[in-house]
Design a protein around this ligand. Structure first.
Ligand code: OAD
Length: 283
C-alpha cells in the first residue's frame, strides 16, 4: 500500500501507539546520504567506486586485515575522516527528538558505522550499531576503544597506515588493533553488535521503520522477517523501491514512503509523537 494520503499512515501510527511495543528504526546508508556520506551500492557508493588500489569489499575482511593491515587501516581511516567531516541531518535529528518524546517506545538498529545517530544526540543505550563504528578500534574481540585523536582525521584516500599511527594503535603486547566494524567474513555477536537484542526488539516491535537500506545484509533481513511474522507494520522509507518495499506493497502490511529520509522521517516522527503521547496519557 503506497500511502500518499496521510490517513492510512495515521491509522498505522495510532495502532502502533496502542500496541505498546517499541517503534524500531532500522537505518542504512541512505539516512546519512543527505549528510554527504556515500552509500555502498549507489552510483558513488563505496562498493561501486572502491578504494584506490582494491575493490573495497576485498578490504572489508579479516583475511585482508591479516595480509595487509596497512591497506585495510588506510581504507577505514579514510572512511573515518569522511564520516567525521559529515554532520547529522534532519532525519538523524528527528530520531533524537523521537527518543526524547517517548524513550521507552524507541530503539535504533543502525547498519551505519558513521556514528551520526550518536552525534545527533541519540543515546548509546537505545542505538544498536549492528555493524560497529568507524571511530572505534579493538584488540581482537576486546571492548571497543576510541581511535586516538592523535591519528589524523583528514586521511587522504589511498594513504596506508604509517609507523606513527601504528604506534598509537598497538598495545603493550605488540598487538595492532583492528577496526571495530563487522567484516564480510565475520558473524554478528550480541556483545559487539547487539545481534540477539536487535532480533528480540524486532519480534516485539509495534512498528518497524526501515530507512535507506537495500536490505542486503543478514541481520536487517532477519529483523524485517521477525517483525513481519509478528504482524507488525513495516514502514519503508526510500527514494527507490526494493525487495522490502515490494513485500509491503504486495501484502499491505505497512507502507512504502517513496522519497528521502530527510523528507519522510521528520514527518513520520511528527505523526507518532502525538499518538504515543495520547496513548501514554491513557495508561
Ligand atoms: P546501500 O548502499 O546498499 O543502500 C542505500 C539505500 O539508501 C538505497 O536503497 C538507496 O536507494 C537509499 N537512499 C539513497 N539516498 C537516500 C536518502 N536520501 N534517503 C533515504 N534513502 C536513500 O547501503 P546499506 O543498505 O546501508 O555492511 O548497506 C548495508 C550494508 O552493506 C552496510 O552496512 C555494509 C554494506 O556491505 C557492512 O559493511 C557489514
Amino acid at each position: 500500500m503506497k500511502t500518499d494520503d496521510g490517513d492510512s499512515l495515521d491509522d498505522l501510527c495510532l495502532d502502533a501507539a496502542e500496541h505498546g511495543g517499541p517503534i524500531v528504526w532500522l537505518t542504512g546508508a541512505g539516512i546519512s546520504a543527505e549528510s554527504g556520506v556515500p552509500t555502498f551500492r549507489g552510483e558513488d557508493g563505496y562498493w561501486t567506486v572502491g578504494s584506490k588500489n582494491y575493490r573495497a569489499q576485498d578490504l572489508a575482511t579479516s583475511s585482508a586485515l591479516a595480509e595487509m593491515p596497512e591497506e585495510v587501516w588506510g581504507w577505514y581511516l579514510y572512511r573515518r575522516g569522511v564520516c567525521r567531516g559529515a554532520k547529522p541531518n534532519l532525519a538523524h535529528q528527528a530520531l533524537f527528538d523521537m527518543e526524547r518524546a517517548a524513550p521507552d517506545r524507541f530503539l535504533i538498529a543502525t547498519q551505519n558505522v558513521d556514528g551520526l545517530h550518536l552525534r545527533a544526540g541519540s543515546s548509546r543505550e537505545r542505538t544498536y550499531e549492528i555493524h560497529g563504528n568507524v571511530d572505534f578500534m579493538r584488540f581482537g574481540d576486546g571492548d571497543p576503544l576510541p581511535i586516538p585523536d592523535a591519528v589524523p582525521f583528514d586521511w587522504p584516500k589511498g594513504r596506508t597506515l604509517g609507523d606513527a599511527e601504528r604506534a598509537q594503535m598497538t598495545n603493550d603486547a605488540g598487538v595492532l588493533a583492528r577496526p571495530h566494524v563487522l567484516f564480510f567474513d565475520e558473524c554478528y555477536s550480541e556483545r559487539l553488535y547487539r545481534f540477539e537484542s536487535s532480533l528480540l526488539a524486532a519480534q516485539r516491535c509495534a512498528m518497524l521503520v526501515i530507512v535507506g537500506t537495500t536490505g542486503q545484509t543478514n541481520l536487517p533481513i532477519q529483523m524485517a522477517e521477525a517483525a513481519f511474522h509478528a504482524g507488525a507494520p513495516l514502514i519503508v522509507i526510500n527514494p527507490e523501491p526494493n525487495p522490502l518495499s515490494d513485500a509491503v506493497e504486495r501484502t499491505g502490511q505497512g507502507a512504502f514512503l517513496c522519497g528521502t529520509a530527510g523528507e519522510h522521517v521528520p514527518r513520520l516522527v511528527d505523526m507518532l509523537k502525538p499518538a504515543l503521547a495520547s496513548e501514554a496519557s491513557t495508561i
